[in-house]
Design a protein around this ligand. Structure first.
Ligand SMILES: [Zn+2]
Length: 148
C-alpha cells in the first residue's frame, strides 16, 4: 500500500509546483490490482472551486470505465475529504476510502459532519487513515505558511 501513497505524494508535489493546494487522490481497482485514475487539486487552473483531487479522480475513473458509479473501487487521498467530496464519494458508491491524514477543520468523513460514521445512510464506506501522515501534513503546513 505504501507505493500508492508514494504516487499520491508525487501528485501533491505536482500540485504544489503549480501553486495549487498540495492535495491528491486516486482511484484503485482492487479486483484488477490497478490504479484507474489519479489527480491533484486544480482549482486555480480550472477556475473552479469544485476541482478537488477526489472529484477529479472520480470523474476521470467514471469516464475511463464508462460507468456512473465506482462500486468495488477504492479511493486513496492525501487528506480527509471535505463535505463536497465526501458527498460525491457516497454518490459514486466507492467501497473504501484511505487517507493519509485527517483534517480537523474541513474534513467531513470522520471529523465535523462525520459522514463516514453515520449508520443510517443508504451506503456504507470503510474508512482507513493514518498513512505516511507526517510527510503529507508537513507538505500542507509548508504550503499554507508560504501563502500567508
Ligand atoms: Zn474536497
Amino acid at each position: 500500500m505504501n507505493y500508492i501513497f508514494d504516487i499520491l505524494y508525487q501528485q501533491s508535489i505536482k500540485a504544489q509546483k503549480k501553486k495549487e493546494v498540495p492535495i491528491s487522490a486516486l482511484i484503485f481497482d482492487p479486483k484488477n490490482n490497478r490504479i484507474v485514475s489519479k489527480s491533484h487539486n486544480q482549482n486555480i487552473q480550472d477556475y473552479n472551486p469544485c476541482s478537488h483531487a477526489e472529484i477529479i479522480s472520480i470523474i476521470k475513473a467514471c469516464n475511463k470505465l464508462n460507468k456512473n458509479r465506482l462500486d468495488g473501487m477504492d479511493l486513496y487521498c492525501s487528506l480527509e475529504p471535505c463535505l463536497m467530496c465526501s458527498s460525491v464519494i457516497f454518490q459514486s458508491k466507492i467501497r473504501r476510502v484511505y487517507f493519509a491524514t485527517d483534517d480537523k477543520k474541513n474534513g467531513a468523513l470522520i471529523n465535523n459532519y462525520k459522514l463516514g460514521l453515520k449508520k443510517n445512510l443508504n451506503h456504507r464506506i470503510d474508512i482507513y487513515y493514518g498513512f505516511q501522515e507526517e510527510k503529507f501534513s508537513k507538505l500542507l503546513k509548508k504550503f499554507f505558511k508560504k501563502r500567508r
